[in-house]
Ligand binder design. Structure first.
Ligand SMILES: Nc1ncnc2c1ncn2[C@@H]1O[C@H](COP(=O)(O)OP(=O)(O)OP(=O)(O)O)[C@@H](O)[C@H]1O
Ligand SMILES: [Mg+2]
Length: 297
């Protein structure tokens, strides 16, 4: 039975929060400069695969403009973050359970307001996370495309930012623009570049080299190649079935690559004290009691 279906006493909840506060949570943000490159596909399958490896994983749908993690995974949601923000429910109530105990926090589908949260609402949202008592080892965040405030906030808060790119000019230039702004204006200097929808074995490494060359020339950043996810018709079939491809077609080429990415991501470390208060905050996003002032300075 998922934890949020179990009634626990306030004292037990407080104890769980206290225990969680001392546990490191690894935060992975999946982002892109451009829409439609595969962020949701990657974050959902990555989260399911890491959960299948026995970790406690939470997937946050932070694409407030157009939510679709729940649709992709065929889950029925009653509440979403909009209800949490308006105080209609707690974050615990909004969480739904996916494959392998994966905990999913659905975003507010299609509600424009969610795409433009005020700083106060942002803080409220983050405080809602700090009140959680779920056990979490890895937090995967599916961000919106581009450079909205929420994208910047979540990328800045993550320990590892995975930038999804496709081999098309707009995807590459937009990824570069995202890396430029995140590094110059928000102090994020390390990025994992993930090539998606590749059609040849050398496409991913070439794409990475292309981005690295231009970044090396103009920016002070460290890029790592996170690998390639091949273009795969089975992935599209899985979308039709509203199931993660790693569950529906575990032997397909995209599943093998996604599970491989999950194994590698599971070994990525949480850098110690790398990026100031926001990172510190999100490291303890689940369980810690930290006020909004710490986040919004
Ligand atoms: N490796 C792949 N092989 C085949 N199709 C893929 C692959 N990755 C993603 N797709 C397809 O590309 C489309 C866009 O994917 P997805 O919704 O994950 O992108 P997104 O970046 O989250 O988009 P948005 O910016 O709208 O949130 C979907 O139809 C998805 O099924
Ligand atoms: Mg998406």
């Amino acid at each position: 039975m998922p934890m949020h279906d179990v009634k626990i006493s306030p004292a037990q909840a407080a104890e769980l929060r206290r225990l969680n506060a001392s546990r490191p949570v690894k935060v992975l943000a999946v982002t892109a400069g451009k829409g439609g490159v595969g962020k949701t596909t990657v974050s959902a399958n990555l989260a399911v695969s890491i959960a299948a490896q026995g970790r406690d994983v939470m997937l946050v749908d932070a694409d407030f403009g157009l939510a679709n993690v729940d649709v992709l995974l065929g889950l029925h949601t009653r509440f979403h973050l909009g209800h949490v923000l308006s105080g209609e429910c707690s974050l615990e109530d909004a969480i739904v359970t996916g494959p392998h105990g994966l905990q999913i926090v659905p975003a507010a589908s299609g509600i424009r307001r969610m795409a433009n949260l005020s700083p106060l609402e942002h803080a409220g949202l983050i405080r809602a996370f700090s009140d959680l008592y779920h056990r979490v080892d890895v937090l995967v965040v599916d961000t919106a495309a581009g450079l909205h405030d929420s994208v910047v906030t979540f990328n800045q808060a993550a320990h590892h930012v995975i930038v999804v790119v496709c081999d098309e000019p707009a995807s590459i230039t937009d990824a570069y623009a995202l890396i430029k702004v995140m590094s110059r204006e928000h102090g994020v200097r390390r990025f994992q570049i993930l090539a998606n929808q590749t059609r040849r074995a050398d496409e991913g490494p070439r794409l990475f080299e292309k981005i690295q060359r231009v970044c090396d020339r103009f920016l002070d950043v460290a890029l790592e190649f996170a690998g390639s996810i091949p273009f795969d018709d089975y992935l599209r079939r899985a979308v039709q079935r509203q199931t993660a491809v790693v569950e529906a077609y575990p032997q397909s080429i995209s599943s093998v690559a996604l599970k491989d990415l999950a194994s590698r991501a599971d070994k990525w470390t949480v850098p110690q004290g790398a990026r100031g208060h926001l990172e510190f905050f999100v490291e303890r996003m689940v369980g810690a009691q930290i006020g909004p002032a710490a986040v919004l300075q």
